[in-house]
Design a protein around this ligand. Structure first.
Ligand code: GDP
Ligand code: MG
Length: 457
């Protein structure tokens, strides 16, 4: 049975090293001149299994099973906002996740938030215990962690310090959240215990271990799920909308299942339902050496298959929003695909209350995550929408406030405030909370609500 690439996402607290680790993974090379390096997709990078096997040849003994996945597809945008935006029916788009935790700093609010989201989506994950190079006295070098983790390479004090930080800052917290966890080389049953892989995004230490553990786990957990669907049409999720010179609005998407061909039809959700558009081109990034003119960054593909990232050029994409479900189908399957997409869009619709505040976000996934977190602190939500803050939103909030001042609030996650909305806010008594970190917005919501309640006494 052919397996597709598992899709991998990277999450974790700000500054714990997600971007650095992704960069390091993307730069994984066997040797300078050897072919078969990383394939750049739209919005994702594919690391072929041969590359993983070569960089980690000393570690493969850790796995009895042969790795039969073709590689892993790592989504380039880190953070749990990206993770929650990238959804598919019944859960997360990513099959598996890497949770990055600074081993010196330990668990932080966003670490816990990320774990809650992973739990909710039932996504298996491993922990990258990053910045091991900053453990006092640690002698960090590029290559496998387990070859570096011994009394020959490390001072005993550094070894002790490592063990303390590993336990106090990471394992203990995972245990408190109900997870069994251990250093990956000590894990006996990977289906019961979370693997903690020490890494340094700076030196590259532990990156081979990380790649081999994630591949092995993905294969073990996901053998069923990853069976390549060679018959069916392509299913995917919109990563973002991008204006491209000469092409107009294009969709960057991750395809998690099936096959797509040029000339097929794109069926994609938008806030009002579903749109259908004839595909002009399925585009992939050009390799650097194919790029004669830097403006000419893409090359068309006749056919693509999961899992992959792709840029879709088609007319009438203006109303499409990030996080939307999509299908790429031959003409005779457009109606069936429309049904599917509509059902998925409906699943994203957030139940609203009779009265309450307004929340807006940049994608369906982030809107849902924001709503979930707000509901945990008993917020009432009257309106939840994807999109920028408009004058209309402010006027609505102001009218909600007239019956209850606690409803005069708009919470914006990663959206713009349009100019006329700003002007309207100044004139009105509506409060606006803006931000890019969900838990901070929730905290600010609680503070504001408390202040208002005091004033109303
Ligand atoms: P993100 O916010 O999680 O994406 O974190 P970044 O990748 O932007 O990293 C935050 C800071 O930590 C940057 O200054 C990085 O250079 C630094 N950093 C990341 N990984 C490591 C590491 O393994 N070792 C050390 N010493 N610094 C690191
Ligand atoms: Mg970053």
């Amino acid at each position: 049975m052919a397996l597709r690439c598992p899709i991998v996402s990277v999450l974790g607290h700000v500054d714990h090293g997600k971007t650095s680790l992704l960069d390091k993974i993307r730069r994984t090379r066997v040797t300078q001149r050897e072919a078969g390096g990383i394939t750049q997709h739209i919005g994702a990078s594919e690391i072929p299994i041969n590359t993983i096997k070569k960089v980690s040849k000393d570690l493969l003994g850790l796995f009895k099973a042969d790795l039969s996945i073709p590689g892993i597809l790592v989504i380039d945008t880190p953070g749990h906002e990206a993770f929650t935006s990238l959804r598919k029916r019944g859960g997360a788009l990513a099959d598996i996740a890497i949770l990055v935790v600074d081993i010196n700093e330990g668990f932080k609010p966003q670490t816990i938030e990320a774990i809650n989201i992973l739990k909710q989506c039932k996504t298996p994950f491993i922990v990258a215990a990053n910045k091991v190079d900053r453990i006092p006295g640690w002698n960090s070098s590029e290559g496998p962690f387990i070859l570096n983790f011994n009394e020959k390479n490390q001072h005993p004090n550094a070894m002790t310090e490592f063990e303390i930080r590993l336990y106090e800052n990471i394992i203990k917290h995972l245990n408190e959240l109900g997870f069994d966890a251990d250093l990956f080389s000590r894990v006996k049953d990977t289906t019961k215990t979370i693997n903690v892989v020490p890494v340094s995004a700076m030196t590259g230490e532990g990156v081979p271990d990380l790649l081999v553990i994630i591949s092995g786990l993905a294969q073990k957990f996901l053998e069923q799920k990853l069976a390549l669907n060679v018959e069916g049409y392509a299913k995917g999720t919109v990563l973002e909308l991008k204006e491209e010179k000469g092409l107009g609005k294009t969709i960057d998407a991750i395809i998690y299942d099936g096959i797509a061909k040029t000339g097929d039809f794109l069926v994609v959700g938008n806030p009002d339902g579903v749109i259908v558009s004839k595909i002009k081109a399925l585009l992939k990034p050009k390799e650097l050496d194919e790029m004669r003119d830097p403006k000419d960054k893409f090359k068309p593909s006749k056919q693509i298959s999961a899992a992959t990232g792709v840029k879709i050029s088609a007319p009438d994409l203006d109303s499409v929003i990030a996080g939307s479900p999509l299908r790429i189908v031959p003409k005779n399957q457009v109606d069936a695909a429309k049904e599917e997409v509509l059902q998925e869009v409906e699943e994203f619709t957030i139940l609203t209350d009779d009265e309450g505040i307004i929340i807006k976000a940049d994608t369906m996934g982030s809107l849902e995550a924001l709503a979930n977190e707000l509901r945990k602190v008993n917020a009432k939500i009257k309106k939840a929408e994807v999109g920028d803050i408009s004058k209309k939103d402010v006027i609505e909030a102001s009218s909600y406030a007239s019956s209850n001042p606690l409803n005069g609030l708009i919470i914006s996650f990663n959206t713009k405030v349009l100019a006329d909305a700003k002007a309207e806010i100044e004139k009105s008594d509506v409060k606006l909370l803006e931000g890019k970190i969900i838990y901070k917005l929730v905290e600010e919501y609680e503070e504001w609500t408390k202040e208002m309640e005091e004033l109303m006494k």
